[in-house]
Design a protein around this ligand. Sequence first.
Ligand code: PAF
Length: 300
Amino acid sequence: MHFASKNIKFAHVNFLLKVKIFSEIKQIQNFITQIKLKNQTIGFVPTMGALHQGHLSLVAQALSENNVAVVSIFVNPTQFDNAEDLKKYPRTLEADAELLQTLSKDIIVYAPSVDAIYQNKVVAQHFSFDGLEHEMEGKFRDGHFDGVGTIVKRFFEIVTPNNAYFGEKDFQQLAIIKKLVEKYSIPVKITGCKIHREASGLAMSSRNTRLKPEYKKVAPFIYKTLQSAKIKFGTKSANKVTEWVSKEFAKQQLLELEYFIIADVKTLKTVKRKSNKKNYRAFIAVYADDIRLIDNIALN
Ligand code: PAF
């Protein structure tokens, strides 16, 4: 759906709900100036909408640690390397606002148009994140982290939050945002929040709403395999565990493994030889039909 036509709906949503929705940069900045004049703090939760319990838990944490929570809802075109994926990404602003309303009225939604953010140049800035951007997702999603870095930096400039909250499901993104803040000396504290899972164990994701029933049924296999991989990693090498995971997915008809990697949590580089002094995490990306699902688990 085109964003300009959604602007008309913003007014409608604002009228019905108490959660304030801003689409213009000036509006949100004026509001933030008022907050700062009162010496109040801002907790920021950037999202692409289609909110679920995982997002709500980030917002709840932002509310508990700050006076006001700002939630951005913006499907960022420059972080998609696949036009079809961008087109199909769920856009559910009204339902999102209603869901946020259940938490508190001290939540501000910032839902700008693509034009407001990028003007007439929908391109990403190029970043170096000291190599973090070349691992895992960076290998499979061309330019993805340039797009993420561009939008998050822009939002930090506009919203000027004290604290910002990101889910550990996108663990690599979280590491990259921490690097972004460090490199550009942006005065915001980044907090990583634990992965929220459906009862089946499937990591919550906005993309889950697009899973057809037969794929939804098998998708929990992803987390089950991660849990077994964690146990195996106690006694086996990273290579052996990785081979085992590949074989398990080869038996699965509906799920296609894109990658399974055991990596050092600091460098995100694939582990070659285990060391007791390092912390590791297993990362996975899987296609369920045309829907790409990612997940990860701490190993030690
Ligand atoms: O994790 C996401 O939803 C997005 O990558 C983010 C951080 C909102 C940037 O568009």
